[in-house]
Design a binder for this molecule. Structure first.
Ligand SMILES: *Cc1c(COP(=O)(O)O)cnc(C)c1O
Length: 359
């Protein structure tokens, strides 16, 4: 009997949709999901396992439902006068985004984004029954503010997504543009700052807008700069009323005691975990210069990855590099590829494989 997805009583609006699916392949050089290449040190791993061992002695009880200690530590890390009432945490910033859409999106409502951008924004929007409106970026991958304001006026979105620095292009957004959109938007404006720690000198964070704009929400993650993708910890900073709204949709005890213990320990070692960020930024700037010297087009990057092109057949280049044991990402506008910044050794392998694939 051949029984497939199509034979199930799936929601009509989910039929024909594709799941998120960055390849997870076992190759020596993995540069495709913007992870930090540096694993926690053995000393930090030991501290985490001790925290988990202590937590394990209380695993018969539910965890702190409000994750207060973790939120205090995250607020202290962010600074800007924020306290635990301004911060909410979940299993990766993807769960944060899902909770935001559950609270502020939903059937009959619209979410808007400026693409190319993070593929999970439309996927989570649709999964929560929220209509997705995509507004194209201009040729430099910037947001044309007049076009954006016109789209907001036309569609009246309940949720506007601004990704800064943007994935997959690396482009950051000026605060002025965020402010103008926040003033015009009828709903909330979510600034996805997953890559904030990698931004270049002088590129501001939307955290500075929270005081003046109670409907601006800044989403962050420990998956990238913090080198903690495997632990699944994301968080947001916003007006306390936003945190109140999320309590209405979050599952009780959504963040396990083990996750909270690991994240609190990691924050206690923030200096160590973030220690590689300066090197990764320098490596990124070197790579941008090298790619340009080879004659590639390269998007300016404030993140830990670089979008470059343009290829007549990017799928062939991607495959050729994979055949040379280097996994990058076939994503973004047609003709472009994205590479995550790894260790100097990994970037050497990347350069060699790219030259091999395009020679
Ligand atoms: C990687 C990424 C995230 C992080 O997701 P987590 O669920 O926190 O791992 C969020 N937003 C963007 C734009 C990203 O690229």
């Amino acid at each position: 009997m051949s029984f497939t997805l199509n034979d199930l009583p799936l929601r009509e609006d989910l039929r024909g949709r594709s799941p998120y699916g960055a390849p997870q392949l076992d190759v020596p050089v993995v540069l495709n999901t913007n992870e930090n290449p540096h694993a926690p040190s053995p000393a930090l791993a030991k501290a985490m396992s001790e925290a988990v061992a202590e937590t394990a002695l209380g695993l018969n009880r539910y965890p702190d439902r409000d994750a207060v200690r973790l939120r205090e530590d995250l607020a202290a890390y962010l600074g800007h006068g924020l306290g635990s009432a301004n911060v909410w945490a979940a299993n990766g910033s993807n769960e944060i985004l899902q909770q935001l859409l559950q609270a502020f999106g939903g059937p009959g409502r619209t979410a808007m984004g400026f693409e190319p951008s993070y593929s999970m924004h439309p996927i989570i929007s649709r999964a929560t029954g929220t209509e997705w409106v995509s507004v194209p970026r201009d040729a430099d991958f910037r947001i044309d503010i007049d076009r954006a304001l016109a789209a907001v006026a036309e569609h009246r979105p309940s949720v506007v997504f601004l990704t800064s620095p943007n994935n997959p292009t690396g482009t950051a957004l000026e605060l002025d543009a965020i402010e103008r959109l926040a003033q015009a938007a009828p709903g909330v404006v979510v600034v996805d700052e997953a890559y904030a720690e990698f931004r270049r000198e002088g590129t501001p964070s939307a955290l500075t807008l929270l005081d003046q704009h109670p409907k601006v929400i800044v989403s962050r993650t420990m998956s990238k700069a913090f080198a903690l993708a495997g632990a699944r910890v994301g968080y947001l900073a916003a007006h306390p009323a936003v945190v109140d709204a999320l309590q209405l949709v979050r599952l009780p005890y959504h963040l396990s005691a083990v996750t909270q213990a690991v994240a609190i320990t990691a924050l206690g070692h923030a200096d160590e975990l973030l220690g590689a960020v300066a090197d990764l930024r320098a490596e990124r700037d070197d790579l941008v210069a090298w790619l340009r010297a080879q004659g590639f087009r390269v998007a300016d990057s404030d993140a830990n990855f670089v979008l470059f092109g343009e290829f007549e057949d990017r799928a062939r280049v991607w495959q050729d590099m994979l055949d040379q044991q280097v996994l990058i990402r076939n994503v973004g506008p047609p003709g472009w590829l994205r590479v995550t910044i790894g260790t100097p050794e990994e970037m050497g392998a990347f350069r060699e494989a790219l030259l091999g694939a395009t020679r």
